[in-house]
Design a protein around this ligand. Structure first.
Ligand code: OAD
Length: 231
């Protein structure tokens, strides 16, 4: 059966109330990437970085999945083949919407990571400077999110999935951050049909066979219904 690989970005969670990064008023217009999303920024000012992610964790805990998250979960449930969801998002809205086995390539706000020993555990609501590792005890706890200059997670698995994809869809992502922005090339090499669903054309839109523009809460359920033969 046909295998579908889906890449999601901040746009899929926008209508749940989580701001995107690069849209007007987005997170990167309010915070400097070098300060809050790099290992060097964390070394310079761990309090600022923990505070930034504590605030995002608190916000993510208050929001609900929207129709787009739920539609992808329904696709996973009802599609006769494999449906793999790869997300750049650090929120848990795919899972809250019912999706399974989501590959969080940029990590998750729900996790803490020990920068000394690599141990992972459930992040407390408020991570502190010098948060002790629950395994080795080092005061090296950091959010388990991938920062610029670090290697995203699950890359081998993701490339394996892309190499076998029959359909590849990118949803709510600006196509400006690599390696995710280049996944479409892997999918094309695999002979997949490529589909972009976004509010506005992304930076890599010319690579896609099919485009559906509009809010994810409308375009994603419509696309899923079309795939499942419901319209
Ligand atoms: P961006 O903020 O770069 O892009 C969000 C995309 O979502 C844009 O293309 C918008 O047009 C689109 N969009 C906005 N609202 C939408 C809606 N209601 N429905 C559908 N689309 C909508 O976010 P990402 O592409 O996810 O990484 O950013 C990629 C990575 O850059 C993030 O994972 C993060 C960030 O820096 C790290 O921090 C490592």
């Amino acid at each position: 059966m046909e295998k579908i690989v889906i890449l999601t970005g901040a746009g899929i969670s926008a209508e749940s109330g989580l701001g995107t990064f690069r849209d007007e008023g987005g997170l990167w217009s309010q915070h400097r990437i070098e300060d809050v999303a790099t290992p060097e920024g964390f070394a310079r000012n761990p309090g600022l970085v923990q505070g930034f992610y504590n605030a995002r964790r608190a916000q993510a805990a208050q929001v609900q999945p929207n129709a787009a998250h739920r539609a992808l979960a329904a696709l996973q449930r009802d599609w006769p083949g494999d449906v793999v969801i790869v997300t750049q998002n650090v929120d848990g809205l795919h899972e809250a919407g019912g999706a399974r086995d989501v590959l969080h390539m940029h990590g998750t706000l729900a996790g803490a990571l020990c920068a000394s020993c690599g141990h992972r555990w459930a992040a407390p609501d408020d991570m502190k400077v010098g948060e002790p590792c629950t395994d080795c005890g080092a005061p090296s706890g950091r959010p388990d999110v991938v920062w610029f200059g670090e290697t995203p997670y699950f890359m081998d698995q993701i490339y394996d999935h892309l190499a076998k994809a029959d359909i590849f869809a990118a949803i709510g992502t600006s196509g400006q951050v690599y390696p995710a922005a280049a996944f479409v090339h892997e999918a094309i090499a695999a002979g997949a049909l490529t589909v972009e669903l976004n509010l506005a054309p992304s930076a890599v839109v010319s690579n896609f066979d099919e485009t559906r523009f509009g809010p994810a809460s409308e375009t994603v359920p419509a696309w899923v219904d079309a795939l499942l033969g419901k319209r």
